[in-house]
Design a protein around this ligand. Sequence first.
Ligand code: NDP
Ligand code: 2IT
Length: 445
Amino acid sequence: MDVNKIISELESRHPGEVEYLQAVREVLDSIEETYNENPHFESMGIIKRLVEPDKVFMFKVPWQDDRGEVHVNIGYRIQFSNVIGPYKGGLRFHPSVNLSILKFLAFEQIFKNSLTSLAMGGAKGGSDFNPKGKSDTEIMRFCHAFMQGLWKHIGPNTDVPAGDIGVGAKEIGYLFGMYKKMTDEHTGVLTGKGIAWGGSLIRPEATGFGAVYFTQEMLQKRGDSIKGKRVAVSGFGNVAWGVAKKVAELGGKVVTLSGPDGFIYDEEGITEDKIDYMLELRTSNEDIVKPYSFEYAGSKFYQDKKPWEIACDIAIPCATQNELDGNDALSLVENGCICIAEGANMPCTPEAIEVFQKNQVLFAPGKAVNAGGVATSGLEMSQNAMKLNWTEEEVDSKLQHIMQQIHLECVKYGTDDTGYIDYVKGANIAGFLKVANAMVDTGLI
Ligand code: NDP
Ligand code: 2IT
């Protein structure tokens, strides 16, 4: 495989899609050796076929605001690969959404879903709609209009969307309502549903909990644990909230949160009512973290700055792609950080990853660390298909088991001669092999 050639061909076909090319390059660089050891992959054109999505849907989403003004957004769904199961992945509502971002996310999702060991293919979708400052009725009208464009392309055995940035339980409710009306069917077509109408216990917490379970595994491998550790977290959304809850439960201390306005430093730790307050902040419609510093004396707000300048033992970036660059990585390492686990999708730039790996600190990629979210979505699909509900304990123990297995796979494929575990390589090879073998088994389609 010639990685540069594949990337330059992809670039000429999709000029300017930088996030998509960044994600593809990272995977190809890590699987190159394994790929070349299996010549039948090349003769089946596995890489050529895998780097292009199966299908890309784009649709117009016209909707009316509370004053009666008409707006038009673009809706997308990228169905990247369904070789190991129905297309599966979240929907993102954020003004930055474009084809490049959704293709990177859908591509990553193929390998993440493969790592979960459940039967799910890779997909992603969303819209450039900005939920910030919108009323509940505006959100409802937008979600209904969005689903009118999407419903024909999805189904419980075809493609099962879920939440991501800007899409939580409320939005999933409105989307599900319109799907049900269009099809007259009450099926598990979306995950992250409310408990009363088909949702799974633990799904809201699952991404953050899973990320902490994975971090715990990384530390345990070195004879260490989360107990007593200072943890820097970015974002203040669904993933950051789940991380804060589980870190506190395991005796660690989350000392930062961040939003588009800057970050909060709370030396005493973000615990108990402060964690609940995160939910209030998230739903306040203002989307800023500054009010936390008014609510809790002793905490400090740093405007237009990132949390990575604070001394910590563990860093878990949970906001968005490319939010932690090479300089941030240097400052974390210099301040004694021993472990970085990506809660968000691709939050660390390639330069940052290089810094972590050169300094041999623990670093694990989003497709392994945050896979607990989609894994629990998979558990929601199973419960829907069986028409049964598992208890909180049952779901949580399955989630823990899945995260431990993903960690073992990373160790199996990522350990080098010196004993250092390259989790990026491990996750990419383990995720890729299952998909590639399935593509071989099912032939050229
Ligand atoms: P939320 O919408 O709940 O929170 C996202 C947070 O990131 C908000 O604080 C948001 O603030 C901030 N953010 C979003 N875009 C940007 C940007 N361009 N620059 C700076 N800050 C930004 O989303 P989630 O917690 O669900 O998602 C966070 C990350 O985790 C994403 O990378 C997502 O893909 C990933 N993820 C989510 C899973 C889930 O189950 N929800 C599962 C696996 C991964 P603002 O909106 O104001 O910019
Ligand atoms: O990035 C992700 O894995 C998610 N946003 C969750 C996807 C899902 O289908 O639960």
